[in-house]
Every structure is written in C-alpha cells, then in structure tokens.
Design a protein around this ligand. Structure first.
Ligand code: BYC
Length: 320
C-alpha cells in the first residue's frame, strides 16, 4: 500500500513539475517526463497533420500533367515535393513520442486517424490549383505560424521549417488566381468558381467552434495550441478578404461585413453538418484518397523491404 502511495505522489510531483515547466513557456523535449495524455494528444495531432500533408499531395498531383506552361509545371512539382517533405518532418516528430511510422499509416488506413477535411474535395480545373495554394496553404500558414510556439520542441522545430516553405506556396497560388482574373471572361469565371468551392471548406480547416472543440482544454493547459480555432479562423478571414477584393474576386458569403467595433469581419455560419460528414469519411473524395494512398503504399512495399535488408546487412557488418 505504501508503495502504491509512493508511486501516486511521485506522479503528482512529476505532473506539477511538468505543468510548471510548460506554463513558464519552456519547451518539452522527447527525453523529458511527460503525462501520458500529453503524449497521446500530440501523437493524434501530429500524425493527423502528417497525413494531411501527404494526402494533400493528391488533389494537386492531379494537375501536374496538365499544367498550362513549363514554368507552372516546375512550380507545382516543387510545391508538391515540399508537401511530401513536410509529411516526413512531421512523421519523424511523431516518432519521437514512441509510435512507429507503420502504426501511423495503419491508423490512417483503418480510419482511426483523421486528415484535414480540405483534401476530400476534387480539383476540377487549373483555377483550383490557384485556390489550393492561396486559400488552403494560406489557412495552413495561419495555423502553423501559431504552432511554431507549441510546447513540444520537435513539433515546433518542424513548424518553423514548414512555415518558410508555405509562404512560397501561398504566393504561387495567389499568382495563379491574379493571372486568371486578368485573363478572359472564361478564365475569370473559372477563378470565381474555384473561390466559391474552396472558401467554405478552407474555413472548416480551423476545426469546430471553440465551444465544440473537445481537445481545446488540454491543448491550452499544456500550451500545445496558443490560439483557439475561432481566433485563427478570424485572422485568416481578415487577411484573405482584402486579397480577394484586390484581384476582383467575390467572397461567397452574403453575410460578410466589416465590423469596426471588433476590427474584423463578421461572417456567415459554416455548414457544420458538411464538416462532420467529410471528417467522418463521407466527403466527395474520401474513399478515392484513401484507396490511392493504400495502393501506392502497397506498391512501395519492396522499397521498405530493401531498406530494411540493407539496414540489417550494415548492422551485421559493423558488429562483425
Ligand atoms: N479536418 O477538438 P478539436 C497543408 C477533428 S496540410 C479534419 O478542435 P484539435 C497542405 C479533430 O481531429 C496542413 N478533422 O481538435 C498540404 C478532432 O477529432 P479526433 C494541415 C478535424 O486537434 C498539401 C475533432 O475534429 N494542417 O497545409 O484541438 C497541400 C475535434 O476538433 C479538423 C493541420 O493539420 C479538420 N479541419 O484542433 C496543400 C494543422 N478540425 O482527432 C496544403 C494541425 C478538427 O478527436 N492540426 N478536426 O478524432 C491542428 O492544428 C488541430 O489538430 C486542428 C483541430 C486545428 C485541425
């Protein structure tokens, strides 16, 4: 009994020390003691973030062979490669918490782990590539800039590198939209149509309202998040509406209105039923995205086996 008591009071002491450390704004490194719930929270969020980066390559990959010029193709290829790299930084950050890449991929394939709602919509025209770069990467930057100061150091370090690349992604998307808005009537129509389809799902990327965000309390207590879902969504809207107006695009929200008192835009309500459907596997492209990932993963099995065999041989040689 005394032993059990000792363990409990030791855990309490460790938890208080951990929380003091985090509250003081100090970073947590993989070797540090951390509560199990903190570790699990981070594995959930970082692995979902990594899956989003990798699944997010699909809607853009759809346009590589149809890019309208060699320059556009080179830029798109570089951007998509960057997204793959972001996935790798993030999988590595999650691995420091004691989960393997194989386990994370299995959770993605079985639907246990989510990925961002936004990648379950189709990329129908070239203007969608502009809208993804401008709106989707634009929304991701707002969120990721805030995450640069997250308490878990490997996640924070990954965010710093990722943010540098995301600003180029956002600008290339805006350039596509601006160019199309200076083009023919048909091109302007395509750009507006892409804006109409991507605006609302981009707002959903920030997650549910703060009052409906079950993970918010722990995320703030442990400084995993520094800003709420609604704060970041508002920041994105305030930053993006003037950019749309500048190139002549209309934001598809009849309730959008500048509010002097709050120093930001008021906006219409998001369709949360659509959000729920999409994040629970029933969006327009969920099945296609996962099926493609599984197929490519299976096709790459020989690469993983060869890497394992090479590692085993190198280990054997160095121990002989
Ligand atoms: N989509 O309590 P909440 C990119 C889920 S990729 C799907 O607020 P949290 C790019 C949430 O997981 C960058 N699910 O959760 C790549 C939870 O369900 P579970 C993508 C969502 O974690 C290629 C439930 O709803 N960015 O830029 O405190 C090409 C309750 O939510 C979503 C990131 O991944 C969503 N949008 O806050 C182009 C950012 N929102 O887990 C571009 C990293 C919520 O209990 N993630 N859910 O089953 C985060 O910052 C946070 O996890 C979120 C949600 C703000 C997304």
């Amino acid at each position: 009994m005394d032993q059990v008591q000792d363990i409990i009071s030791n855990d309490h002491a460790l938890l208080s020390k951990f929380e003091e450390h985090v509250q003081a704004g100090e970073a947590v490194e993989p070797r540090d003691w951390m509560p199990e719930a903190y570790r699990k929270h981070l594995i959930r969020q970082i692995s979902q973030h990594a899956h989003s980066e990798v699944i997010g390559m699909q809607p853009e990959g759809n346009w590589i062979t149809r890019a309208p010029s060699l320059r556009a193709k080179q830029i798109l290829l570089a951007k998509i490669q960057d997204e793959g790299g972001h996935g790798l930084y993030l999988y590595s950050a999650a691995e420091t918490l004691g989960i393997t890449r194989t386990e994370m991929i299995e959770q993605l394939h079985t639907g246990k782990a989510k990925y961002s709602n936004i990648f379950n919509y189709p990329s129908l025209t070239w203007a969608d590539i502009g809208a993804i770069g401008w709106l989707v990467d634009g929304a991701a930057i707002v969120n990721q800039v805030s995450l640069q100061r997250t308490s878990y150091a490997p996640y924070s370090r990954a965010m710093v590198r990722i943010c540098k690349e995301e600003s180029f992604h956002q600008r290339q998307g805006y350039e596509i939209m601006a160019k199309m808005m200076k083009g023919t009537a048909e091109q302007r129509e395509m750009a507006q149509d892409a804006m109409n389809r991507w605006w609302w799902p981009s707002l959903m990327m920030f997650g549910p309202h703060d009052s409906d965000s079950p993970h918010a309390a722990d995320a703030f207590r442990w400084k995993i998040k520094r800003h709420t879902n609604d704060e970041l969504r508002q920041k994105f809207i305030d930053k993006t509406v003037p950019q749309a107006e500048l190139i002549g695009l209309t934001v598809p929200d009849p309730h959008l209105k500048w509010n002097d008192a709050k120093g930001g835009y008021d906006h219409g309500e998001i369709n949360w039923e659509e959000f729920k459907q999409v994040i629970n596997g029933n969006g327009p492209c969920n099945k296609q995205r996962l099926q493609h990932h599984k197929q490519v993963h299976d096709n790459g099995a020989w690469v993983r086996e060869a890497a394992e065999a090479y590692k085993a041989r190198t280990n054997n040689q160095s121990s002989n």
